[in-house]
Write a protein that binds this ligand. Structure first.
Ligand code: 13P
Length: 283
């Protein structure tokens, strides 16, 4: 169908109350898996690559494959830089054909985050590219235990940030964490509702792995328009690889392992999409 901006996708999600899945891909297998499930379920899609992946793979080549996959797909797809932390990383993604970039300045002071996000938004918008900003603190791996109310973003502060930066989407911390952490997540729905009332841009949830169906439903009802998933796709691929090794007593080959990764990721992505109310929403 088309390579589109994230802004278009999230505006529709907001209007029709569903969430677009923001799935991070790492290579050909994960890219193919995510696009195939989106086409099978007729869902719009945000295909992400985190800036930290640039160290591990040739992200320029991967981006070219993503552009090709999106242009050929039967559903609308936005190509998105996830967790861009540097100006250089954001500019590379723009040059490689991404239609959306995230600038994550959530570890900076409010003023510095505002200043840098505003500048990136000015440049990206002049090129027709969407921008996601982030405020607050989404827990991360071992830091999960340290999450407390102070990390949940305040609605007035977030509204001020969204107005001044002119971002197209805002990632807000309401209790989730990235990665395979121990413990349970408690989402702050009253804060999420307040954020949704005061902020005029679609809200994004990071750290979606491990949440349950009710968490997703309630989050979508409270204004979340994109939910990011990465950890569970990776874990599902690892589990499939283990099963492949276990059953292949005479050894296996790399092509079989590629198939195992793809199957694991497809099952995981399908499970999440079925919870996002996004089925058949591709227009
Ligand atoms: P998970 O680690 O919970 O899958 O979250 C991924 C994410 O938010 C990427 O931006």
């Amino acid at each position: 169908m088309a390579l589109v901006t994230m802004r278009e996708l999230l505006q529709d999600a907001r209007k029709r109350k569903y969430a677009v899945g923001g799935f991070n891909v790492f290579n050909f297998e994960t890219l193919g898996a995510v696009v195939e499930v989106a086409e099978e379920l007729k869902t719009p899609l945000v295909l992400g690559v985190p800036e930290r992946l640039f160290k591990f793979t040739d992200a320029e080549v991967l981006s070219a494959a993503m552009v090709c996959a999106a242009q050929r797909a039967s559903v609308p797809i936005a190509l998105h830089l996830d967790h861009g932390h540097t100006y250089d990383g954001v500019m590379k993604a723009i040059r490689w054909g991404f239609t959306s970039v995230m600038f994550d300045g959530s570890n900076l002071s409010f003023e510095e985050n505002l200043k840098r996000t505003k500048e990136i938004t000015r440049i990206a918008h002049s090129l027709g590219i969407s921008v996601e900003g982030e405020l607050g603190y989404v827990g991360c791996y071992e830091c999960f235990q340290d999450m407390n109310d102070e990390h949940i973003v305040k609605a007035d502060v977030a509204a001020d940030f969204a107005n001044k930066t002119k971002v197209d989407a805002l990632a807000v911390s309401v209790g989730t964490s990235h990665g395979a952490y121990k413990g349970n997540t408690e989402l702050n729905f009253s804060r999420l509702n307040e954020l949704n009332t005061k902020i005029d841009v679609p809200l994004v949830m990071h750290g979606g792995s491990k949440l349950n169906r009710d968490d997703f439903r309630n989050s979508i009802q409270s204004g979340i328009c994109k939910i990011n998933i990465a950890t569970d796709m990776s874990s599902a691929a690892v589990e499939r690889l283990k099963a492949e090794f276990a059953k292949a007593s005479n050894g296996t080959n790399y092509i079989n392992l590629m198939g195992a990764v793809k199957k694991g990721v497809k099952d995981s992505v399908r499970r999440y999409m079925l919870n996002f109310d996004c089925i058949s929403k591709a227009i």
